[in-house]
Design a protein around this ligand. Structure first.
Ligand code: NI
Length: 278
């Protein structure tokens, strides 16, 4: 697949301690589907006298019309200098398996970052993008149709990024803060334009080469070689990667890793700057 052949890679980083944050502090975004906000009855717990006369009408729960979507993906305050962090990233989607990826990540309380290709976002994918946001994942810009940005004119380069930016904003309300240049191809001009557009450039430390070697075992082995603070590059458009995901998450779980978005990994990202490790 053209887009699938895109980027290969990951970043390594060093410098994280131990101790993962408790699951309770993990992905619990405001607006989690199904997390109905119920007002406590005035006066205390059910079954106890409330002081209200019998028959007092209870306030009706407000009907939920649309699922609330946070205006932005809100990074948690995770100190990756002291916690074993890994930033899993999925490129080139959304695709046919992206919902499965989200299901698997949810089972492991894992947040990740999805670098979206604009032309891959079809009508059916809109709920998937909203779900990413609602479940605390980060969205990143992977251009409109996966061009090598260094080969484009200034206007062409901006167009590649802005077109995807607008679509993702329209669907999710999210203004992205990170982008990944296709093929990892970047230069001073890409840096200047991404700075102007308010986007940090996110590369990687570990490339699973999952687009090339469609073997789940290899994806597991390569991804789990990540050291604390590293970014792992994968693609959610490949079935073999999706098959590898539960297994690699089990390995990271056993090692005590905390799954963070790239914004959580670095804390304070500067537009235009290139990041490959912390
Ligand atoms: Ni790519």
């Amino acid at each position: 697949m053209r887009v699938g052949l895109a980027c290969l890679s990951l970043l390594l980083v060093a410098g994280c301690g131990v101790a993962s944050i408790p699951p309770a502090a993990a992905p619990s975004p405001a607006g989690t589907p199904g997390a109905l906000v119920t007002a406590s009855p005035p006066g205390g717990q059910a079954g106890k006298p409330t002081g209200e006369p019998p028959g007092t009408p209870r306030p009706m729960p407000r009907p939920r019309t649309t699922q609330p979507i946070p205006p932005e993906t809100r990074p948690r305050d995770v100190d990756c200098a002291h916690v074993k962090c890994v930033a899993l990233t999925f490129d080139d989607g959304p695709g046919n398996y992206t919902s499965t990826v989200l299901d698997t990540l949810a089972r492991h309380h894992a947040r990740a970052t999805f670098f979206l290709v604009g032309e891959m976002i079809h009508e059916d994918d809109r709920p998937v993008l909203r779900r990413m946001v609602a479940e605390g994942h980060e969205l990143g810009n992977h251009t409109w149709d996966h061009r090598d940005l260094t080969s484009l004119s200034d206007a062409g380069l901006r167009h590649e990024i802005i077109k995807t930016e607008k679509l993702v904003k329209e669907i999710t309300g999210v203004r992205m803060h990170v982008m990944r240049p296709p093929y990892g191809a970047t230069d001073r001009r890409v840096a200047q334009e991404t700075k102007r557009l308010g986007l940090a450039q996110i590369l990687w430390a570990i490339d699973t080469l999952d687009w090339r070697d469609r073997v789940p075992k290899l994806v597991v082995r390569r991804s789990t070689a990540a050291k604390p603070g590293e970014i792992v590059l994968m693609h959610d458009i490949h079935k073999t990667t999706v098959e590898a995901l539960p297994r690699l998450l089990n390995v990271f779980d056993r090692k005590g890793f905390t799954y963070v978005t790239v914004s959580e990994l670095f804390g304070d990202l500067k537009p235009g700057k290139r990041y490959s490790d912390r």
